[in-house]
Design a protein around this ligand. Sequence first.
Ligand code: FAD
Length: 499
Amino acid sequence: MEHSPIWTENATTFNFPSLREDTRTEVVVIGAGITGVTAAYLLAKKGVNVILLDKDMIARSTTGHTTAKLTVQHGLVYDELINHFGIENTHLYVKSQYDAMEEVKKIIKKESIDCSYEVQDAILYTNEEDNVKKLEKELEAYHKIGIDVTSIHELPFNKIPILSGISLPEQAQFHPLLYVHALITALQKMNVPIYEHTLAVDIKNEPQLTVKTKKYDIKCDHVVVATHFPIYDPMKMFSTKMYPSRSYVTAFTSDEDYPSGMYLSIDKSKHSLRSFSETDKKVWIFGGESHDTGKYKDTLNPFEKLTAFAEETLPVKEWQYKWSAQDYTTLDKIPYIGKVKEKEEIYVATGYRKWGMTNSTVAAKLITDLIIDNHSPYKDLFKPTRFNGDPGVKEFMKNTGKVTKDFVTGKIRTGDETLSELKPGEATKIRDDINIVCVYKDENEKLHAVDTTCTHLGCEVNWNNAEKSWDCPCHGSRFNKDGDVLEGPAIEPLKKMDI
Ligand SMILES: Cc1cc2nc3c(=O)[nH]c(=O)nc-3n(C[C@H](O)[C@H](O)[C@H](O)COP(=O)(O)OP(=O)(O)OC[C@H]3O[C@@H](n4cnc5c(N)ncnc54)[C@H](O)[C@@H]3O)c2cc1C
């Protein structure tokens, strides 16, 4: 089974240059995932001069590792949102998501994008007694906000029994990279400068707004920070108000036809299912086993658990792909989209809680509207600086407590295995005279040693055995065996150590 997402197979490689000179523009969009690319597209369509840049390649990070369900059914959430924000705000959230779905449809039509867009029902289900009541409340919540969902009592998979389920019609699924790459082609036609392999290292506000990349500066009037975890966090707001969670995805062929529908369980082992078909390819995409990033004793387990469950319950013929990725959840489950500080022209979009296919377009539209008119009906709902009493305070205490604990306990932990006992492909932590050192032994028995301290805010990284990476449990930075950054917010590599 290939360890890569299905979406990157045969994906376009654009080979855009890196930035090679100082320059200026109206808007710099940092990050070319679905958020940044959509924002650049909407702004350019309005005649704004935009530069789009990414530290790697176009949409190869979270957007290249999604399951790409385009739906307003965002797990078990609307009963909770009604309780915390009231019906009016919950309705506004749902409206923003339906607007985004419409916008995606409009763009697909306008740009004639062939991205395997298919209308599907979205089904939420449980087979646990304790969750039946929660699902009933969720059904009521949908009705309160005027959404027509139906109650169901079985799934079209004989070996997945359920106690209860709800089905939301007229949702969709697509191929995320074909969609994003078509937007890039549209940007090229509008002569928008695009730079790959261009790392933004800082944003300076004085004397003029400037995006600083490793070598060159871009002066501008506005910046859109679409880097997943925002690289601009002057008040350390996002570091304490969001947490990362990883999920695992597999894809397999089957002799049976997929019965249609996008499925999500709300039980302890949450599972997600959809299909993907092209002329010569038909696969079932099956995911789940989420956990907080950097917090898994043996990260081989999620894939093993997923494949074992699928082989027991689904008509698996041949395993084809496996991949994993992470997304951030905010304290109150609503993304942070908008200005970081009222007086600065710097916008962020983050915290989609694994519902970024709609929320990225919500963000792109909202930020475009704020840059052009300083007005959007969704401005206050998504405002990053909001702080709601409940559940904000409770979750804030839990999250800062969690971050502090990771910061402190990591420092006193030691590995008790000796290096000679370490098997190829394994990693451990050892204590030398002063430091705790992360050590990985590769298949050729070469040792790779790095400092355990995350270069973002100093938490302690932990080994992720499934992906052979050192992951930070606090804010989700990930590093390879030699300490190079795989995923931000960290910009600098882990310090290499001699052992
Ligand atoms: C396993 C999984 C399944 C999911 N399934 C679904 C689903 O079915 N439906 C749904 O709605 N959502 C889903 N999501 C959520 C969705 O995929 C994400 O929310 C979305 O892709 C985030 O897009 P983004 O553009 O904000 O971030 P990204 O795609 O991560 O893009 C950020 C970009 O910024 C670049 N960058 C970072 N730092 C810098 C820097 N300093 N300088 C320059 N560039 C930088 C990165 O290289 C990257 O290309 C899923 C998420 C996961 C993890």
